[in-house]
Design a protein. Structure first.
Length: 307
């Protein structure tokens, strides 16, 4: 049992102990928590619904989606803006609570994706099958390890390295926090008809499953469905619905055209909620130098017949 816990909660231990026999094989021992995450949603049959639980679920979804899109993606992976250290570290923790591994693992895989997009080396290219691009890719043995060579810059911060090493700790603490705060809330406001367990189920299990699968669609659906405004040499697409659900990531063809931009909705009607939130944070002085796409590059890559 101790070994299994170490395997889940200490990635250094897990990568040292596991010898990759078959890189393509699904690492079943590692993914028990991933299965538990999905099964946890079934507890809704037991805890029921309340509007309080619904709003907790929505907030839990939005804040962690923002941490993933604005920080794991636009900040840690692409360095598309500057941020105060405490802000970056806080969102590293919140993003890790989204249960998509740690910031170094996430950024290393994502940088690899941009180099090999839709080619054989792309771990989640839809040409290798929908389910592979959606979720099987990160359940495979070969993709478990953090490729440190790709994130040397981020490895300079020992805090980020520690969070990345013990990434599983954060979703567990987050879930317990929701349970505890929900229990206090239910005791103080008994007429709300909620409970600590209801906060746990809606705020962690349901919100996390939704957040996870919506994020995965950027790898699976955003390279298949939607329109291409720019010639990017890959299959990346723009889709308004995915952009709304992912707070701006659905403008994925735009993003592959100019990955260094903090903004992904290039046209005024292309709603990019994360970018709007970043502009608000810039007013507070928490982030700055939000990089913009270069109009000359956009003009060069624009697909005329569809523009
Ligand atoms: Zn992509
Ligand atoms: Zn990217």
């Amino acid at each position: 049992m101790k070994k299994l816990l170490l395997r889940w909660f200490d990635n250094e231990y897990a990568t040292k102990k596991s010898q990759i026999k078959d890189p393509q094989a699904i690492d079943w021992r590692r993914i028990v928590p991933f299965i538990v995450l999905h099964l946890g949603c079934l507890m809704v049959l037991w805890v029921g619904f309340s509007w309080t639980a619904f709003w907790v679920m929505l907030m839990s979804y939005l804040i962690r989606m923002f941490a993933i899109t604005a920080f794991f993606h636009r900040f840690f992976s692409h360095k598309s803006f500057q941020a105060k250290k405490w802000v970056a570290r806080s969102f590293a923790v919140i993003g890790t609570a989204a249960t998509q591994r740690g910031p170094l693992w996430w950024a290393a895989h994502h940088r690899h994706h941009h180099i090999h997009s839709d080619q054989d080396g792309d771990a989640h290219a839809p040409k290798h099958g929908f389910w592979n691009s959606h979720m099987l890719w990160f359940l495979r043995e070969e993709n478990f390890k953090t490729n440190k060579a790709k994130v040397k810059d981020l490895s300079q911060d020992p805090f980020l390295v520690w969070v990345d090493r013990h990434d599983m700790l954060f979703p567990v603490l987050y879930a317990l926090l929701l349970w505890a705060v929900g229990s206090v809330y239910a005791a103080v406001f008994p007429t709300a008809g909620t409970s600590g367990l209801q906060w746990l189920v809606w705020g962690y299990f349901i919100a996390t499953v939704l957040l996870s699968h919506v994020t995965y669609t950027i790898n699976s659906l955003s390279h298949v469905f939607g329109t291409q405004d720019y010639e990017t040499g890959d299959e990346s697409r723009n889709h308004w619905l995915l952009a709304v659900l992912t707070l701006g990531e659905g403008w994925h063809n735009n993003h592959h055209c100019y990955p260094g931009s903090a903004r992904q909705g290039f046209k005024t009607w292309q709603i990019d909620i994360s970018y709007s939130a970043l502009k608000l944070m810039a007013k507070l002085g928490w982030v700055w130098e939000l990089k913009q796409p270069n109009p000359v590059v956009l003009n060069k890559k624009r697909i005329r017949s569809r523009a």
